[in-house]
Design a protein around this ligand. Structure first.
Ligand SMILES: [Zn+2]
Length: 148
């Protein structure tokens, strides 16, 4: 962080872990798409896992998808996990982003009775830990869409 950076508003938006994972405005995940075969990756890659081509372009991934599979993370992950020491279980899922790929993500919902395979999900940011100034640093998650 530079001396003139304002804690909590780096980039003019919320602070996030691993900035390369997000579009610049933090409104979507940022992946790669092969310009030859259209395969997508997340996180971004320089080469295509499908056709082995090396012509990849950045692509903002869809904000909405569907729940493909999920489980619950019941204990604090080992290093290199950098989340808070005060650990609370969270949901982990694969969410299918139509026409793109399936991403591994946190879920805001951890109550199994509120989850159903195929249900619509939406990208969001959640607090992950605090920076050295006490400002929240966010990571991505998906939350069930209730308005469809
Ligand atoms: Zn390709």
């Amino acid at each position: 962080m530079t001396a003139d950076a304002t804690p909590g508003s780096v980039h003019g938006a919320v602070q996030t872990v691993d900035d390369f994972l997000f579009t610049e405005d933090r409104t979507a995940l940022l992946g790669s798409r092969c310009t030859t075969c259209r395969a997508c990756t997340f996180p971004r890659q320089g080469g295509c896992p499908r056709c082995t081509g090396d012509s990849m372009e950045d692509v903002a991934l869809p904000r909405r998808g569907t729940l493909w599979s999920w489980t619950s993370q019941g204990f604090r992950p080992k290093a290199p996990y950098t989340g808070t020491e005060c650990y609370e279980p969270f949901g982990v899922a694969y969410v299918e982003l139509p026409g793109h790929l399936i991403v591994e993500t946190r879920l805001l919902e951890t109550n199994p009775s509120n989850l159903e395979i195929g249900m619509p999900m939406e990208f969001t940011l959640v607090p992950f830990r605090d920076d050295d100034y006490g400002w929240p640093v966010h990571t991505f998650a998906f939350v069930a869409v209730r308005d469809v």
